[in-house]
Design a protein around this ligand. Structure first.
Ligand SMILES: [Zn+2]
Length: 490
């Protein structure tokens, strides 16, 4: 009796090891798989493939532990075969590597050919996070190999090659620049807006702070939100890997931009289904989520959105399992101030105060506390175009400072990513508290989440100004971007 084992990653973005154990002995020929939701179907298929390796006369048992409840398991074929090979051909050069340093990812046909499974890049990302050095898979093009420069990809075309495969290094020859540089400040040249709105937009982009644009219809809120997508910074390598893992072959050429309609269901926006599928917040991961007419979205969807703001994940619970998809994005939302849209403008609003308040009920409070920038958009004779040169140089300076500051952090890219418990370290305002004015503002926040958002925003304002620490003027400016409260007081 011979035995062996290999390790594989599990459900999407789970970053957890599963162990496949094999037992090969003489006896009634057959292949049994336990610990897998679709074990019976896979065993029938793989048993035929075993003819290629001449192992069809063995009694083979495979077990996956812990039990893998996730159902899309076609990526496991090659690992299951590898576990059998590890028991049968222990001298194979591949198995000299520690089991957690090599991973087998592939779908195997009846004739033993190896193909890339669905979600291949997502599995590669999990392998990288779990510390894998080599991945055995179907041949990969140069561009795909360049996405994961730390991993050696060992290509095989059929499982017949598995016992003789050597773990030699096959580094990519060139690093391919998958995404082009982003130009496009010119896209904003047609817009005329107030200086305050432009400032809020630039601050939002500079530190990835969520932005809420409030104003009557026709004031350019939506076109501003859409045009800002052209100014997003280049994704870092780790961000790009995640974008490709989520979108696969349909990955956008830069950061993703998603614009779900306000009639989107909870499942459409956050994710759902069985097995769970990602929603718009995950497709916008590392990119821009534009929510036009925020007040019109379903209450349940907005509540779930609030949770993704906090955790940067979309959590979907099902009877059999719970899944977490990544959902870290810049949200730019727009809303009318009331159902008729005219409140606060020169035109007469026809809505009662109670009706206006009811309209904004799902936004004011817990959701708006997580949005750093609220700004009123109104047409005025003083509206100006954006000073593109100044905006671009400010943004580049702020992004460079954040890149340097968070260079040794795995999950922080921008000031808005600073976790609550690290805000004191990065966004210290203690020395400002003696000031009566700042003190009064701080008391007004009453320890709310808004204060944390404001401090992160103040850090970005200081970065744009090239200041080392947060100064009084930075904090006061950050605290000034709140106008939603005024609507609730009307
Ligand atoms: Zn109104």
């Amino acid at each position: 009796m011979k035995s062996g084992h290999v390790f594989v990653p599990g459900a999407p973005f789970e970053n957890k090891w599963y162990r496949i154990e094999s037992l090969v002995r003489r006896g009634l020929p057959g292949l049994q798989i336990t610990g897998l939701a679709s074990g019976r179907e896979i065993s029938r298929r793989l048993y035929l493939a075993l003819y290629v390796l001449g192992l069809q006369n063995r009694a083979i048992a495979l077990n996956v532990s812990p039990v893998l409840k996730f159902t899309a398991t076609d990526y496991l074929d090659l690992a299951l075969i590898a576990a059998i090979c590890r028991a049968e051909f222990p001298q194979c050069p591949l198995f000299r590597l520690p089991a957690r340093r090599i991973c087998f990812l592939g779908q195997v046909s009846l004739s033993g050919e190896v193909h890339h499974p669905g979600g291949f890049l997502e599995k590669c990302l999990q392998c990288q996070r779990l510390g894998v050095q080599s991945i055995v898979c179907a041949p990969l093009d140069k561009e795909s190999r360049a996405i994961f420069p730390q991993i050696d990809f060992l290509p095989i075309e059929t499982i017949k090659d598995l016992p003789t495969l050597h773990p030699q290094k096959t580094k990519p020859e060139t690093t391919v620049q998958a995404f082009p540089a982003r130009p496009a400040i010119e896209e904003l040249s047609h817009l005329r807006l107030s200086r305050e709105v432009w400032r809020a937009a630039i601050l939002s982009l500079a530190g990835f702070h969520h932005l809420l644009l409030i104003g009557p219809p026709g004031t350019g809120k939506s076109s501003l939100a859409r045009s800002l997508s052209g100014l997003l910074p280049e994704p870092a390598l780790r961000e790009r890997q995640e974008i490709l893992a989520i979108h696969g072959d349909e990955a956008p050429p830069a950061r993703p931009v998603r614009m779900p309609h306000h009639s989107a269901s909870l499942a459409g926006l956050i994710g759902g289904g069985n097995p769970p599928e990602p929603g718009e917040v995950t497709f916008a991961h590392n990119g821009l989520l534009i929510l036009d007419e925020l007040a019109e979205f379903q209450g349940a969807a907005l509540q779930a959105l609030r949770e993704t703001f906090d955790t940067r994940k979309a959590s979907i619970s099902r009877a059999r399992h719970r899944m977490h998809f990544p959902a870290r994005f810049l949200c730019i939302a727009t809303t009318n101030p009331c159902p008729c849209g005219r409140r606060g403008s020169k035109n007469r609003c026809l809505c009662s105060p109670a009706r206006s308040l009811h309209y904004l009920r799902n936004i004011i409070g817990p959701l708006s506390d997580r949005i750093a920038l609220e700004v009123r958009v109104q047409k005025s004779a003083h509206d100006v175009p954006l000073d593109g040169i100044e905006a671009r140089s400010g943004l580049l300076r702020a992004w460079a400072r954040q890149k340097e500051r968070f260079s040794n952090k795995e999950t922080i890219f921008f000031n808005s990513d600073i976790p609550g418990e690290e805000v004191d370290q990065y966004c210290s305002i203690d020395h400002l508290c003696a000031d009566i004015h700042v003190d009064a503002i701080l008391k007004g926040f009453q320890g709310s989440r808004k204060l944390i958002e404001t401090r992160r925003l103040a850090r970005t304002i200081a970065d744009l100004a090239g200041a080392a620490g947060i100064e009084k003027e930075h904090f006061l400016e950050a605290a000034s971007f709140q106008c939603l409260k005024e609507y609730s007081a009307l």
